[in-house]
Design a protein. Structure first.
Length: 170
């Protein structure tokens, strides 16, 4: 039986050591994915501020037919408090994502990016929920207002995204 590999049973210590290696690599892979998600959240937060200068609401087709069309309005013009909340969401989300990402790289602690993902995701969820509520109940007469591209882009930038495998686990 020359050339055959001989298999032997692992000792309990060897089995535990091999299990730790598998667990550590799984945690490290999740940590890398969470770091990428934090980077994406930071970019989204930075893009939300200029997005707020795009047209978010404008006249509907009915308003244009009846010559009741007003101007297209951006987030700063149409919201009184939500614009400040969205700006704070963008700044906090981007700042926290960058800070936690840098701390995780410097300290090489695998759990930091996952904790950061939870915090940044919570901030984004609050902003997205408030914005979605305002999009459902558009300012002014709903029949005369239409939701424009800026609103949808703002909602996409504030919404937390799922991990790449589509799971909700950290």
């Amino acid at each position: 039986m020359e050339g055959c590999l001989a298999w032997r049973a692992l000792t309990p210590a060897e089995a535990v050591a091999s299990l730790r290696i598998v667990q550590d690599s799984s945690l490290q892979q999740r940590s890398v994915a969470a770091s990428r998600a934090l980077f994406a959240a930071a970019v989204a937060g930075l893009l939300l501020i200029p997005c707020m200068f795009l047209a978010w609401f404008g006249p509907s087709a009915l308003a244009q037919e009846k010559n009741l069309a007003g101007p297209e309005l951006n987030a700063w013009e149409v919201f009184s408090k939500l614009d400040v909340i969205l700006a704070i969401t963008a700044i906090l989300g981007a700042g926290m994502a960058l800070a936690i990402g840098v701390m995780a790289r410097r300290r090489a602690v695998p759990g930091w990016p996952m904790l950061g993902g939870v915090l940044v995701g919570a901030i984004g969820t609050v902003g997205a929920a408030l914005l979605l509520g305002r999009m459902v109940d558009a300012p002014g007469d709903d029949a005369l207002q239409s939701i424009l591209f800026g609103s949808y882009l703002g909602l996409a930038l504030t919404s937390p995204s799922l991990p790449q495998d589509g799971s909700l686990r950290p």
